[in-house]
Design a protein around this ligand. Sequence first.
Ligand code: PBG
Length: 332
Amino acid sequence: MPVHTPAAFPAARLRRLRRTSALRDLVAESALRVQDLIWPVFIREGEGIEEPVPSMPGVSRLSLDLLLIKAGEALELGIRTICLFPYTDQALRTEDCAEAWSPDNLTNRAIRMLKAELPEMAVMTDIALDPYNINGHDGLVVGEEIVNDPTVKALVKMALAQCEAGADILGPSDMMDGRIAAMRRAVESAGYKDVAILSYAAKFASGFYGPFRDAVGASGRLVGDKKTYQVNPANRLEALRCVARDLDEGADMVMVKPGMPYLDICREVKDQFGVPTFAYQVSGEYAMLKGAMENGWLGEHVMLESLLAFKRAGCDGILTYFAPDAARALKS
Ligand code: PBG
């Protein structure tokens, strides 16, 4: 896109269009809308429980009765997609991760409840084994290795159970090779032809996921790191290759994760592929901003500024723990 070079001063005074709020809004190039937000929520067993996550001030694990109430409130605020992350009871975490595809696991019960009670809310899931794995990895572990192909088979079972429960959007976040193709094939032949896949395509091996691992109870368990399956933060071309591959295999939408440190990748994905592109403002980004806001080191307005940056970078939408607060801020 050619950028017009402004004429020399004083013909060009760029401050003319910054003078009043009306003029600034008139020429705003991007905008954040409430319908751009996907709200990631942590869920747990029990009743009437809202259990704070210490490393994410303002975020709690919700029992399903409270999930329903909060999801209803979110819907009223205009948030129409919710993404579920389970805190699995420690006793149900095993080496084979069988709880991940149990038809009545926490996530599948939550999907059924939400689709029955709030049918207009789109429900997105996460597909990876870490909330069910005894060693905190996204894939099955044999010896020292996170084994690819057997993991893909397990993930397919997990995807089918979520479709059966009524999920609208599947979110494979595991970074195994060949998962999207395998899932798309299985989901299609089981008759769920309209279930969408939002692939965590450009997912980096990031330190910014720390608070999330606390929230799902996987941090104490993780043996080693996730560098053999998540993308090296140094690599831009490899991230683009992941996106191309996942689209080829049947993803409907793609995600870049984390968000703010990877805005360059967001822009390139949107420009190169022109498909629905999402960013995940991950737990560590949230903790960083929220912590500074709570201490008075940053003003509250950094929340909307950080989200608008994703829109400017080409994203269609953002997964953010700020979703309800951001929706309220957008209203006022
Ligand atoms: C797990 C998964 C992770 C996140 C979403 N799905 C963590 C990880 O890969 O270790 C992170 C989200 C966040 O940090 O907010 N597969």
